[in-house]
Design a protein. Structure first.
Length: 343
């Protein structure tokens, strides 16, 4: 565990939380590992969940006294639903799902951030690049997204809003990711699309597409959202935070360790630390990681401003969220990450 050597003065409630965590840790000092169930909103190898892949490869879960069982879902929605159903204690998800769950009266909070930029690029088919030179040229076009209602679909609404359009001004085409996305572009079933790495990097290296908007970097993300955008991270339920604070702290410690490893090592070194089933094509993986690297949150820290931008994107997409449920602090709990980084 990397707890701070000296805790700064804090309100009594904060001190009580730290005392509770320390007591729980002491109670489990006999070498027994805490069992944890983790749902992941993607198959292994997705860069927006790199923290999970790295933590497994580097033994961080075991170092924190955790015995974690993993289940990889094909989409984030299924992982979030499994968390809500109490089949799992934590989920690796985008914060979108916590926001959507609250609109249904269900609570979930993000306790560590993986990415605080969208990690999504708007790519344009190579033969249409002379015609589509800005987001204002998208009206009437066929826009590919991974799935209807997915994060790429939500982000498309915000990009179109920036251009003065709505989703009704384009044709949204669900095309998946990876090979299916690339084939849709090659077969001219879409004119442009919202892609993530390694799909983006594969398209660029093959010359099949070029980037119109790159939301893996803060400058271009700020054009749409005026600041950071909370995307993926570690979600859990209020009952887990209340009843198993030591486990929550240990899980967050793992994510902070992974975040610091990402910051302190090159893309090549990170790829070398991962197993072959994650890095099937080392060149593509390294190039993808280099491209998406600016999206990773420093020390897994969460910020209300980044969450607020995600909330606004959900509203732009059409989510009916009451004013009382639009406070970013409803969707994040940063007390564990602050302990882990010594703040």
């Amino acid at each position: 565990m990397f707890m701070p050597a000296v805790l700064r003065p804090r309100p009594l409630s904060g001190l009580l939380a730290v005392v509770a965590i320390a007591a729980a840790l002491s109670a489990n000092s006999d070498g027994r590992k805490e069992k944890v169930r983790l749902a992941v909103g993607s198959q292994p190898g997705n860069l927006v969940y790199l923290h999970i892949d790295l933590a497994r490869a580097l033994g961080y879960f075991e170092q924190e006294g955790l015995d974690v069982s993993f289940h990889y879902f094909n989409a984030g929605t299924a992982a979030a639903e499994a968390l809500n159903a109490r089949d799992y204690d934590f989920s690796a998800n985008s914060i979108d799902h916590a926001i959507k769950l609250r609109s249904k009266g269900v609570q979930a909070q993000m306790v560590a951030s993986f990415t605080d930029l969208p990690c999504v690029t708007l790519v344009v088919r190579k033969d249409l690049r002379p015609q589509i030179r800005s987001d204002r040229d998208l009206k009437g076009r066929r826009i590919g997204v991974t799935a209807i209602g997915a994060g790429t679909h939500v982000l498309a609404a915000s990009v179109l809003h920036h251009a003065g359009y709505t989703l009704r001004d384009v044709e949204i085409v669900p095309v998946g990711s990876g090979d299916s996305f690339i084939n849709a572009m090659k077969q001219k079933r879409i004119d442009a699309g919202m892609a993530t790495d390694p799909t983006t990097t594969r398209l660029l290296l093959s010359g099949e597409a070029s980037i119109l908007l790159d939301m893996t970097n803060p400058d271009e993300t700020s054009m749409i959202f005026n600041g950071p955008y909370q995307f993926t991270g570690l979600l859990t339920r209020p009952d887990v935070i209340r009843d198993r604070p030591a486990v929550a702290q240990a899980m967050v410690n793992v994510m902070v360790k992974a975040a610091r490893f990402i910051r302190g090592h090159s893309a090549t070194e990170i790829a070398a630390s991962l197993p072959a089933n994650i890095v099937s094509d080392r060149y593509i993986y390294v190039k993808s990681l280099e491209h998406s690297r600016p999206s990773f949150a420093r020390d897994a820290m969460l910020t209300p401003a980044a969450v607020a931008n995600d909330i606004q994107s959900q509203i732009t997409f059409g989510l009916d969220l009451p004013e009382s449920s639009r406070d970013p602090m409803l969707f994040l709990n940063d007390k564990f990450v602050r302990v882990a980084v010594g703040r």
